[in-house]
Ligand binder design. Sequence first.
Ligand SMILES: Cc1cc2nc3c(=O)[nH]c(=O)nc-3n(C[C@H](O)[C@H](O)[C@H](O)COP(=O)(O)OP(=O)(O)OC[C@H]3O[C@@H](n4cnc5c(N)ncnc54)[C@H](O)[C@@H]3O)c2cc1C
Length: 495
Amino acid sequence: MAGLFAALEASSLGPVLLATKAELHEGNTRHAQGGIAAAIGPGDSPEQHLADTVAAGAGLVNEENARILVESASRRISDLRRYGVHFDSEGVGPAFGREGAHGQARVLHALGDRTGAAVETALAEQVKNGRVVIYEHTLAVEIVMVEGQTVGIRALEQQSGIEHFFEASAVILATGGAGAAFSHTTNTPVATGDGISLAFAAGAEVTDLEFYQFHPTAFRQEGAPPFLISEALRGEGAVLRNHRGQAFMGRYHELADLAPRDIVARAMISEMRASNSDHIWLDCTVLNNLNPIERFPGIASFCRERGIDLRKDHIPVAPAAHYLMGGVRTDNWGRTTVPGLYACGESAATGVHGANRLASNSLLETVVFAKRAVEHIESNTGGAMPPSSDSIPFLPAGGAPVDISTIQRLLWKHAGIERTGQELRAGLAVVRAWPMNPRVVSRENHELAWLSIFAELLLTAALIREESRGAHFRTDFPQRDDERWGRHLVFHRAD
Ligand SMILES: Cc1cc2nc3c(=O)[nH]c(=O)nc-3n(C[C@H](O)[C@H](O)[C@H](O)COP(=O)(O)OP(=O)(O)OC[C@H]3O[C@@H](n4cnc5c(N)ncnc54)[C@H](O)[C@@H]3O)c2cc1C
């Protein structure tokens, strides 16, 4: 969504090339279900949306940027409509869904629970019919710099094996998240955090990598593919139940099933432990006056294929890696600390999510900051985001394992929902011992190398942050410590 929107908006400025490593539609965007948050309904206001965003972010939200996020929502929703996205309606106005930690029902959705697919299809259609040059199956492998200025990218066209140099006056990274780094995830396999390692190699600062949001309710059944069971179901009244059939969330938080995601995920882990099970049940038989099959057609059909009828049965769910709050550090124009290099969408860390993202703010973030990056490029003012005064110089060990599942298991075990210094240190020792093999140049090998850097940075950041905040939970430091840790951890490449 970030890449498509940026390309569309930039196409009036001059030639635009869009390189994507798989097919155009592949990415996390297509799988987004719940929708896009926008305080445009009656009785709502950007001010209330901002307050919810700041509260969810656990003390680390950049309020200036979050204000831009919520105040731009109405204009970006209009842009999406102009590009052909049809949001679901109720009566004469749009239908608003409610999700966890939102004080209001303010989540616009399309095609029921297929919002991401609706948005992606509409934007991709516009891009294909416009002036943007599209290279599919083309992997960005290097941000090319000359005298400290970005001059383009090197990219590997996978089918021919040809490596191109694409010259550009500005490069916008929109490479998405890194959920594929964990064994249990809601993300697609393309989410390998490439942009973070590419930008880091080019000298850009990266930040907040210890903050990985685990979604409480991913479908969990032996052999089933990654699949999210949207929080919007709980917004409509669905209830989590333990193996004794008890609705337990009220014991953990006053908002019960709509508590912030980190709290729900940890409560579920605790209930799962107590019953020695790998899942919890989601009861959708109690939805408020609506037919789950009409409102959530995608989830209903996925469950039906596995013999589960939402009107009668409960869904087996468990937490899984979902959303990276951190990424390439940017200002509110999408500028990184490297001149000519911009980042937006999930690969960027604009600071609007702090230590924990408010549900459905991420799709909004993609379009708000993609637009601003293009506006900044248009202004021709150049420059870069000033570097952080306490950025940590870091040199990755540089090795990699032979397969991705080694990394996935390692991060799930050592840097999952509950972390300890001992586990994080042990994980780091394993990463640092991975061999440095000369490898055949392929997408898979590039991804392994980038994921290894990402894993090392994440483990290091999580080890340094000796407190619990937002999505980062240390059982050996269970309290939030604002005095020591009310700040961001930023890294740049030591050489
Ligand atoms: C199951 C699921 C449900 C979600 N539901 C919601 C929701 O309801 N509301 C919400 O706000 N958010 C939701 N999210 C989060 C949201 O979908 C993502 O944060 C958002 O779509 C990210 O968009 P993006 O454009 O940054 O990345 P993506 O959509 O992931 O796109 C990244 C693109 O970059 C390409 N790429 C990556 N590396 C390279 C490389 N080296 N070279 C070339 N191309 C590359 C990929 O192929 C892909 O096309 C959900 C996420 C998931 C996984």
